[in-house]
Design a protein around this ligand. Structure first.
Ligand SMILES: NC(=O)c1ccc[n+]([C@@H]2O[C@H](COP(=O)([O-])OP(=O)(O)OC[C@H]3O[C@@H](n4cnc5c(N)ncnc54)[C@H](OP(=O)(O)O)[C@@H]3O)[C@@H](O)[C@H]2O)c1
Length: 294
């Protein structure tokens, strides 16, 4: 069995990857907080640390999945040095701490692109509009300029549920607000292409098991929709009232890090190259429903 080190294992995607990879890999998860009672081997480790030796010695990885990041855009804007250290420089530290046989999968983001692009392709130029996007671009840069390293940069937009019930993501916020019968405004002028964390886990497993870590960038995302359309479909699917749901505009939203109006990505290169069918919006929402009901 291959050893796989997963950063961000206390977060939404990393937690799901760690659990769903357990049957096929020796999973070593790491995050910034102390976690108890997890089903995989876990060690807390701050990605700002100067030495990664202890982490690598502990996990002896064949593959590393870099899912750990500071994902709060406002926090990144207020703390740019920390954001660059954790989201970007950590990639260089992993490269330096491991030999060239260790493959790296870096989870990147739509936020490396500007608003002016619709359905951004792998060949489009990146031009992030906020610190978070810039810090992830830096992580990509270290892999793209690495020598003799097998890596995959996956740009994605994920939706899902947190294993850590102290954390609330986009999906949980929509569900909880609607269930509590509170006013819920969702942007009808922001486009994105969401994929569920479970479906993304399936694609990552496919890439690893088929030996396709080919030193490239791949867009792996879902169907184009607005945030409002996504939320409405999700709530209807879960039989939760949409009475308090309203369309809102990002333009009337102040006090937050600049976020693109168009966060959409085109995944057709990945689908065609690897003959994969990525889920549409209905399938994405159904997958969330399945795990929500569990
Ligand atoms: N969520 C999205 O909408 C989205 C969209 C596109 C791409 N992505 C990318 O997908 C990946 C996973 O996102 P997510 O939503 O699962 O994130 P998340 O739930 O916010 O989890 C982030 C993880 O990173 C860890 N982390 C943060 N600072 C750290 C530090 N200094 N040292 C070590 N670990 C640290 C967190 O640890 P603690 O919680 O223990 O502090 C947590 O495990 C990220 O790389 C993100 O950039 C996310």
């Amino acid at each position: 069995m291959k050893n796989i080190l997963i950063t961000g294992a206390s977060g939404m995607l990393g937690g799901t990857l760690s659990r769903s990879f357990l049957n096929e890999f020796n999973v070593f998860g790491t995050g910034n907080s102390v976690l108890k009672k997890v089903s995989f081997k876990y060690k807390d480790f701050d990605l700002s640390s100067s030495s990664y030796e202890e982490l690598i010695k502990w996990s002896n990885p064949d593959i590393i999945i870099l899912s750990g990041a500071i994902t709060n855009g406002n926090y990144c804007n207020d703390n740019p040095s920390e954001a660059f250290r954790v989201n970007g420089l950590s990639v260089q530290k992993f490269l330096k701490a491991t030999n060239k046989n260790v493959k790296i999968i870096y989870i990147s983001t739509d936020a490396v692109f500007p608003s002016s692009l619709n359905l951004a392709k792998e060949t489009d130029c990146v031009s992030p509009e906020n610190v978070y996007g810039k810090s992830k671009e830096l992580g990509e840069f270290f892999l793209n300029t690495s020598i003799s390293r097998r890596y995959t940069i996956i740009r994605t937009t994920i939706v899902g549920l947190n294993i850590n019930n102290r954390k609330l993501g986009f999906v949980e916020w929509i569900i909880n607000t609607a269930k509590n019968n509170q006013e819920l405004g969702l942007f009808s002028d922001v486009l994105f292409t969401p994929i569920s964390i479970w479906d993304l886990a399936t694609e990552i497993k496919f890439l690893i098991n088929s030996g396709n870590i080919n030193s490239e960038t791949l867009h792996i995302a879902g169907e184009l929709c607005t945030k409002y359309q996504f939320g409405k479909k999700l709530l209807q699917n879960l039989n939760i009232s949409i009475d308090k749901l309203a369309k809102s505009s990002i333009l009337s939203f102040s006090g937050r890090a600049k976020r693109c109006l168009d966060q959409s990505m085109d995944s057709s290169f990945y689908e065609q190259k690897y003959k994969r069918n990525l889920p549409n919006l209905n399938q994405t929402v159904n997958t969330i429903k399945k795990y929500y009901n569990e």
